[in-house]
Design a protein around this ligand. Structure first.
Ligand SMILES: *[C@@H]1O[C@H](CO)[C@@H](O)[C@H](O)[C@H]1NC(C)=O
Ligand SMILES: *[C@@H]1O[C@H](CO)[C@@H](O)[C@H](O)[C@H]1NC(C)=O
Ligand SMILES: *[C@@H]1O[C@H](CO)[C@@H](O)[C@H](O)[C@H]1NC(C)=O
Ligand SMILES: *[C@@H]1O[C@H](CO)[C@@H](O)[C@H](O)[C@H]1NC(C)=O
Ligand SMILES: *[C@@H]1O[C@H](CO)[C@@H](O)[C@H](O)[C@H]1NC(C)=O
Ligand SMILES: *[C@@H]1O[C@H](CO)[C@@H](O)[C@H](O)[C@H]1NC(C)=O
Ligand SMILES: *[C@@H]1O[C@H](CO)[C@@H](O)[C@H](O)[C@H]1NC(C)=O
Ligand SMILES: *[C@@H]1O[C@H](CO)[C@@H](O)[C@H](O)[C@H]1NC(C)=O
Length: 434
């Protein structure tokens, strides 16, 4: 019996390395995992007793260099294929013939080229993740039939140029990630047809200029770390969130619908932002700016009637005057972490300056003012980063108490010594007299 168990055990062990059985998910019979496939040869021998049931296949810890040729013929109902983190170098139409694939994840492979004929067989695709590959060339009509595509991730590739008519073929794509490529120019309208959460990421590319109108109806645009300079005008667009860090802007003109703006790490020493009138801005991040002069930009910020969160951390701001650098009354959180601040002027007027302030972050400054602590306690503002804290105050009290009790002991000892000396004295006097 024992022998038989060992025998069956080793058979299972051998089988799992050679037969490539589909490992059913115990909670979901339609999901199947193939693990540890090291060679392409093994792949065309994928087996399963009931392939029609399988909707989702995932390869884990595998180093396959191509997708098994008959995969979609064997698994006719496959809708979701995950071949991420393998060594696949090309996507061919014959892999997907007759398939109904809706989601394909080929992230983290070594694909360098996308042939235009794959779009004939991937017409049902809604999610395509090709991030972290080596794609350099996208053939002109490669996305022609991808009419159902909603999510397209092409980030972390080597794309220099988008194919002609790219934006008209990707009209339904709500989430488009083109970050970390080498794109230097754009054409077409990137807004998708029908979404309120439409997001485009073009961060870490080589864009020198953009036409904001090509993002007219986006919800979120991330264009961080490009080479944008001079003047950019977003007026007339409906963008709600704009991330435009790490460029060399001189003048940014925003649209009134904008709610979140991040302009951190812009490396010019003068930056002007025209917020227009009646701006909806609630969150403004100006972290890591090194401006020659903050006077005018702070004056413009003071007019933002809806602003709740202002981040000026890591800037080279040296003073902040609560009387003169008027904050909008709506402000709730002020982040002044790691600045060059040595003094917060007129902090005692904070309640008039910013009646809604809940938190002020002051870590990494040169401020040690006990007055700040007292005032913030008084008004219930959360001050983080001051050297004085509740604990230091308690420590102070404790130290005093200890000193006091030491003192007590000394008094007690001194008094007792005196009494003792008095008794000795009495005794000595008595014996001497006797
Ligand atoms: C099984 O997995 C599929 C995805 O392949 C999913 O659509 C379905 O909801 C899952 N069913 C259960 C019961 O979790
Ligand atoms: C694709 O796979 C990678 C790695 O397994 C994962 O991080 C990523 O979220 C997946 N993409 C999608 C769209 O599910
Ligand atoms: C795209 O893929 C990259 C790398 O896999 C990932 O970091 C990023 O979050 C993805 N983008 C979106 C919008 O999901
Ligand atoms: C782009 O679209 C126009 C019409 O909208 C068409 O004339 C042209 O051939 C297309 N170009 C490519 C390369 O598909
Ligand atoms: C692009 O931006 C989106 C949201 O702003 C984010 O989820 C995604 O991870 C970013 N992708 C890269 C490659 O940074
Ligand atoms: C302040 O706003 C005005 C327009 O309201 C703009 O012309 C000017 O450049 C802005 N200044 C700064 C320093 O942002
Ligand atoms: C802040 O940095 C800029 C650029 O390096 C410099 O021109 C300016 O003088 C600095 N201001 C202060 C107060 O250090
Ligand atoms: C104060 O702010 C810090 C940092 O944001 C947070 O961890 C802490 O919970 C806040 N304390 C109170 C009393 O709000």
């Amino acid at each position: 019996m024992f022998c038989l168990q060992i025998f069956i055990g080793s058979l299972i062990l051998i089988c799992s390395t050679f037969c490539q059985n589909c490992e059913r998910n115990p909670n979901n019979a339609s999901m199947c995992t193939f693990s540890g496939i090291q060679r392409s040869m093994q792949m065309d021998e994928l087996t399963d007793s009931n392939p029609d049931e399988i909707k989702r296949i995932k390869f884990v810890n595998s180093f396959i260099n191509r997708i098994p040729i008959k995969l979609t013929e064997i698994y006719k109902n496959l809708v979701d294929l995950d071949v991420s983190n393998s060594l696949v170098c090309v996507l061919r139409d014959q892999y997907f013939k007759g398939g109904k694939l809706q989601k394909l994840n080929a992230s983290g492979n070594v694909i360098s080229y996308l042939e235009s004929n794959i779009n004939n067989v991937l017409q049902n695709l809604e999610v395509l993740d090709l991030s972290r590959n080596r794609i350099q060339v996208l053939e002109d009509n490669v996305f022609y039939y991808f009419t159902k595509l909603k999510y397209l991730n092409l980030s972390h590739n080597e794309i220099k140029k988008l194919p002609a008519n790219f934006t008209s073929y990707t009209d339904n794509v709500n989430v488009l990630d083109l970050g970390n490529n080498q794109i230097s120019s754009l054409a077409g309208d990137f807004s998708s047809k029908n979404s309120r959460s439409n997001a485009v990421n073009l961060s870490n590319n080589l864009l020198v200029s953009i036409d904001p109108m090509s993002f007219k109806n986006l919800f979120r645009l991330n264009i961080n770390f490009n080479k944008l300079e001079k003047i950019i005008n977003f007026q007339g667009t409906n963008i709600k969130e704009l991330l435009i860090c790490g460029n060399s802007l001189q003048l940014l003109i925003i649209n009134k619908q904008l709610v979140i703006l991040d302009v951190s790490y812009n490396n010019g020493n003068s930056l002007e932002i025209d917020f227009g009138s009646e701006s909806a801005l609630e969150c403004l991040k100006l972290s890591n700016l090194k401006l020659f002069d903050y006077t005018d930009i702070l004056a413009n910020i003071s007019k933002l009637n809806n602003l709740m969160h202002l981040d000026l951390s890591m800037s080279n701001l040296t003073t902040f005057d609560f009387d003169n650098n008027m904050l909008p009354k709506s402000i709730k959180v002020l982040n002044l972490m790691n600045t060059q601040l040595k003094v917060l002027k007129n902090f005692k007027n904070i309640l008039t300056a910013a009646p809604n302030l809940k938190e002020i972050i002051l870590n990494g400054n040169f401020l040690k003012d006990k007055e700040l602590w007292d005032i913030s306690k008084k008004f219930g503002i959360n001050v983080t980063g001051l050297e004085i804290t509740d604990e230091t105050i308690t420590e102070e009290i404790k130290t005093k108490t200890i000193l006091f009790s030491d003192h007590n002991i000394i008094i007690i000892v001194a008094v007792s010594m005196n009494i003792l000396l008095f008794i000795i004295n009495l005794y000595l006097t008595a014996t001497l007299h006797a």
